[in-house]
Design a binder for this molecule. Sequence first.
Ligand SMILES: [Zn+2]
Length: 457
Amino acid sequence: MTDLYGQLFQKVLYPGWESGLRGRPTLAHLEQLKRTEWCSTDELHAIQTTGLQQLLEHAQTHVPHYRRRLRHAGLQASDVTAVSDLAKFPLLTRDDASDSFEERKSTSTPLPEIKKMTSGSTGHPLSFAYDRGSEYWRQAMKLRGYGWAGYQPGDRSLHFWGSTAAVHHIPRHARTKSAVDHLIRREHYINCADHSEGALANVVEQIRALSPSVILCYAQAGAALGRYIVETKCRDWQDIPIISAAERLFPADRAVLVEAFGPGVFETYGNREVMLIAAECEAHDGLHVSMENLIVEVVVRDESSERAADPGELGEVVITDLHNYGAPFIRYLTGDLAVQRPEQQCACGRWLGRLHAVEGRVTDTLRDGLGRPIGGMFFIVLFAALAHKVRAFQVVQHKDRSVDLKLVPGAEFDDSLLEGVKRACSKAIPGVALRTQVVAEIPLGPGGKTRVVVVEN
Ligand SMILES: [Zn+2]
């Protein structure tokens, strides 16, 4: 429910700030996106094709890396007449993206004015950049996606969130500016790196004190909070919509969030390189892709070939950012895996393409004793089925292929379970040394994210 301040913020303060004082087109983009989200598939593809043609023309003329790549592939930007033509272009791996960073910068306006870095789950940092025009599209897309969960700028929001300041070394003046920004927007931040009972009890107190209109959380931190609320039976509030981000939201985690906060649980998927990639709508049936800003492909490849994933098939998520002219990402392999869905109208009425939940990282592939790949999904499925017995887990495969499995016991845990888990794991990933350990908490990675499957390279 939007209160008086919220209404004032949405109608007066925010438009005045964004459009008037700063001359930003974010809100104009948002208005456009609120119209185009109801377009047909053909209309959406037409928007993408036009965007792609303009991006490729720019890249061919002003971006040395892509000029060379296009020449190599024997292609011209003008060869593109449909989104499907994109498949003729080579993929950009994370290593390529890193090596080509300087060469991928535009030599003409718009220049890559905003520079960022992602630590990535592989431990190899990636520098990237984009222009201001791209930033406005990113912000507008985020506002639309969050809006599906009922969130409006100016609503009182609680962010149970990773500390980006700690990870990305944001300078002090920028932190102060960002703190003021948060205050005006009524965004309240709590660092989610601490999942201890005391910390979770504090979050509950903050929820009571703030009565937030929406809670935004890292998926695993939110799940830990939800479990704490359910176990201590401390819920005394009406339904609050939850927007989960940064990590996959597993079915057992969603169930516990529904119990703690009500049925409005919305998963989102994005990364630092392009921001919001897909978001869940009110029909809660997959995540709608940010089609007007990004072309998202799900690709199946082996050493010699690649093809689009069939509906229902798992593949690698490949992104083309239609509005980043400053240092373009064209067919960038994100490192994420997702399941493709057929192009069908959603129950919400939108034709925007959808992904099934994003299933994990490409790097989450373990190796058995013979070196054969074993998807980390095995563990995710196994422990989803044991949600009442095992509250959290982490699998770490070391360089010598030995595996450490850490388990946090749940309400119905008993020691006999360990033997069963060991047997199942030995069968799934034979020929490796497996150690199990019962622990109180899973250690958090940088920025408050929990990684459930870690493969050390
Ligand atoms: Zn929908």
